[in-house]
Design a protein around this ligand. Structure first.
Ligand code: UDP
Length: 319
């Protein structure tokens, strides 16, 4: 297929684009490089540095079979401080993509949605039918796009898949290029723990030790970025309609369990400082991944140890 990947210079987008190329698809990456890196665009992809609102120019130039849309602002904390930027970029920007797709007859989209659409839910594991009550502007913008996709799919015959990612981790290491997390502001647990273990002199803050969980720290469902990317390729083959699909391992690990895995893999202690809860962090988020199996034939294959191992190798490759 001829596929446009928005955000293909970012962490997840670059892994998706690399896997598409490896599977024989023809890939065009669109990225404005506001947070992505030009050297993360995989070899073999055509690269257009532009805003998603200009995607019409790309779709007018070459026939396209599908758009995989990952370009977004994605920091929960920042979204609370700057909601306007999130609504404009994530919602208005995505509507521009959907309208350009209609204008140029592009029949399918795979959208990077999020577990943040659910908010603080009591039902665990979380199913796609669980109530969506986002607790941040970031989650609200992802839910707004999901709602728009339902209407667009229904009325305009689009094949649309919203992939609701849980906690993505790990890296893709190849002979030619390495693809991993390189965020200007790093907020995620595994890269922060590796940074602290790696002797950077940074002490990692452990946010909250009084949650109603077995060891008092938050429980999350971690998924390897390589497994996650595979689901995007499978999502290119669904029937028309809007399909919402959770992507997670289906099991949870506490922050302390992740820190133990980091110590195991690196052989180094992780300097931590216990800190108060971080605003907006729910105690437990674990995915039901039954629908991913039923609809896409997708199953996770890489465990937490592999995620930490690959993230550590990527971290070391950047030194
Ligand atoms: N966390 C932490 N210290 C950090 C980063 C994260 O204690 O430096 C905790 C965070 O409070 C949450 C879990 O690790 O309980 C996962 O956070 P992350 O930001 O990686 O993902 P989120 O679940 O917020 O999307």
């Amino acid at each position: 297929m001829r596929v446009v990947v928005t955000g293909g210079a970012g962490y997840i987008g670059s892994v998706v684009a690399a896997q598409l190329i490896a599977a024989g698809h023809e890939v065009t990456v669109i990225d404005d490089l506001s947070t992505g890196h030009a050297d993360a665009v995989p070899a073999g992809a055509r690269f257009v540095q532009t805003s998603i609102t200009e995607i019409g120019d790309v779709l007018a130039a070459v026939p396209v079979d599908a758009v995989i849309h990952l370009a977004a602002k994605s920091l929960v904390g920042e979204s609370v401080v700057e909601p306007a930027a999130y609504w404009r970029n994530n919602v208005v920007g995505t509507l521009a993509i959907l309208d350009a797709m209609r204008a140029h007859g592009v029949p399918r989209i795979v959208f990077s949605s999020s577990a943040a659409t659910y908010g603080d839910v009591t039902e665990q594991p979380i199913r796609e039918t669980s109530a969506a009550r986002p607790t941040s502007p970031y989650g609200a913008t992802k839910l707004a796009v999901d709602l728009a996709l339902t209407d667009y799919a229904h009325q305009y015959g689009l094949a649309a898949v919203s992939l609701r990612y849980f906690n993505v981790a790990g890296a893709l290491l190849t002979e030619r290029q390495n693809f991993g997390e390189r965020h200007g502001t790093e907020t995620h647990l595994i890269p922060n723990a590796l940074l602290a273990a790696g002797g950077s002199g940074v002490t990692m803050k452990l946010f909250g030790t009084d949650y109603p969980t077995p060891d008092g720290t938050c429980v999350r469902d971690y998924i390897h970025v390589v497994d996650l990317a595979v689901a995007h390729l499978l999502a290119l083959d669904v029937e028309p309609g809007h399909h919402i699909v959770n992507l997670g391992q289906g099991s949870g690990y506490s922050v302390r369990q992740v820190l133990d895995a980091v110590q195991d893999v690196t052989g180094l202690p992780v300097p931590i400082a216990e800190a108060p809860r971080r605003d907006g962090d729910p105690a437990t988020l674990v995915a039901s991944n039954e629908k991913a199996l039923a609809l896409l034939g997708w199953k996770p294959t890489l465990d937490l140890h592999a995620m930490v191992r690959d993230a550590w190798r990527f971290h070391q490759s950047q030194l």
